[in-house]
Write a protein that binds this ligand. Structure first.
Ligand SMILES: [Zn+2]
Length: 214
């Protein structure tokens, strides 16, 4: 059953979210080689997008598993774009979670929530000298349109009330807590600087308070 939210947003009741399928998918983790994983789909996520959870063995060894909430970045995750640090961050999370067990919540909110084509438009503006936040403002987007409520819904469906969060982004932890996720610890991620993403990472640190040493 679906209900109408306060701002006209369709929201699903919390208990409507449940696991749809758990699929065994061996993956290739850069630097570690072939590792087992379980990929999970869901019923009833409030935005109806196809977000997935990737469970790395040992994730359920503790009551507060290590969790990386990763927003999709097609250019970085798949093609190794040097304009951001998403690819190395995902690979690092896969390596850490493969090593000690953990969960990667892979959220389909490309370009900090503005979408792939809009991200390209923002890149063109950045090429004219704007930083990532100014470019989003010109395109009439907020500096970060990501919504972590689905992450909370997925954790609830997985029966994980408390996590150790793998992140440098203070907003992520704050949003997850606001959506009812307990966070027992925040584990910092590495910083992956190159000549092409230096300005982007500096903007993330200075304008959004990311804990980065650039
Ligand atoms: Zn990226």
């Amino acid at each position: 059953m679906r209900t109408e939210g306060n701002e006209g947003v369709i929201v699903a009741p919390a208990d409507a979210v449940r696991v749809r399928a758990r699929v065994e998918v061996p993956i290739n983790v850069p630097g570690l080689g072939r590792r087992p994983s379980t990929m999970v789909s869901f019923h009833g996520l409030h935005d109806n997008r196809e977000h997935i959870a990737v469970l790395l063995p040992g994730w359920d060894r503790r009551s507060d598993p290590l969790v990386r909430v990763h927003s999709e970045c097609l250019t970085g995750d798949v093609f190794g774009s040097q304009r951001c640090d998403c690819g190395p961050q995902l690979h690092e999370a896969l390596a850490i979670c493969s090593h000690e067990g953990g969960i990667i919540l892979y959220l389909r909110q490309e370009g900090r929530g503005i979408g792939l084509y809009n991200k390209f438009d923002a890149y063109l503006l950045q090429d004219q000298g704007l930083d990532t936040f100014e470019a989003n403002a010109v395109l009439n987007f907020g500096h970060d349109m990501r919504d972590y409520r689905v992450a909370a819904e997925m954790l609830r469906a997985l029966d994980v009330p408390e996590i150790r969060l793998l992140s440098n982004n203070p907003e992520k932890g704050a949003q997850l807590r606001a959506h009812g996720v307990g966070i027992s610890d925040i584990v910092p991620t590495g910083t992956f600087v190159n000549e092409n993403n230096h300005a982007y990472l500096t903007a993330k640190r200075e304008r959004a308070g990311h804990a980065l040493e650039v």
